[in-house]
Ligand binder design. Structure first.
Ligand code: URA
Ligand code: SF4
Length: 196
């Protein structure tokens, strides 16, 4: 059993925060453990809670479309969330829930060792880098503690905004161009340096 499977089991059984009381299923990360990139969303929604898989609802369709547009498929990458159980009525997960669940995300990152982490939307931006105003910072590359991050909008935000789907698609293409450069051992310069 590899360690991602261990995390998966821990997440499925986890009762460390209040969200365990209202979830149907916890939603562990899913995808290729050799992926160069981890996509990180906010928290499961209704469909994810029902099926126990990340990004399988309407937002997931948008994410898949953006990946396909960049010539990638979901099984080539790893997709997860800051918080692994659905908050009631899809409210934003609170800081206690985010901090408690963070351990799993840290473990996923330390096993996969992605070249870059793609942050999807404000909740992930805030939880992982303490940032806000993703629409202002999207498309940018961040370096913190020797880890590269790429910022983009949340796929759910594109559902009622046709223009944003093109923004998301453009960003995801840029992300995979950056990954190609990283794989060829090219130095890519960060737009923003964060210190911890
Ligand atoms: N929104 C998220 O942030 N994550 C999912 O898995 C689905 C919708
Ligand atoms: Fe555990 Fe995270 Fe689910 Fe809370 S949200 S019960 S910490 S897996």
């Amino acid at each position: 059993m590899n360690s991602l499977e261990t995390i998966r089991k821990k997440v499925i059984e986890c009762t460390k925060c209040e969200l365990c009381k209202t979830r149907t299923n916890s939603v562990p990360g899913k995808g290729n453990f050799q992926s160069d990139v981890i996509f990180v969303g906010e928290a499961p929604g209704r469909n994810e809670d029902k099926y126990g898989e990340p990004f399988v609802g309407a937002a997931g369709k948008r994410l898949s479309a953006a990946l396909e547009d960049a010539g990638m498929s979901r099984d080539q990458v790893y997709i997860t969330n800051v918080v692994k159980c659905r908050p009631p009525n899809n409210r934003v997960p609170n800081s206690d829930e985010r901090n408690t669940c963070q351990e799993y995300l840290k473990e996923e990152i330390s096993i996969i060792k992605p070249k870059i982490i793609c942050i999807l939307g404000n909740t992930a931006f805030n939880s992982i880098l303490g940032g806000s105003e993703i629409t202002k910072f999207r498309g940018k590359v961040v370096r913190k503690d020797n880890q590269m991050y790429f910022l983009t909008v949340h796929p759910a935000a594109t559902i009622y905004n046709q223009e944003l789907i093109n923004v998301l698609k453009g960003d995801i293409k840029k992300l995979f161009d950056l990954i190609t450069e990283l794989k060829n051992d090219k130095e890519i310069s960060a737009d923003i340096e964060y210190s911890s």
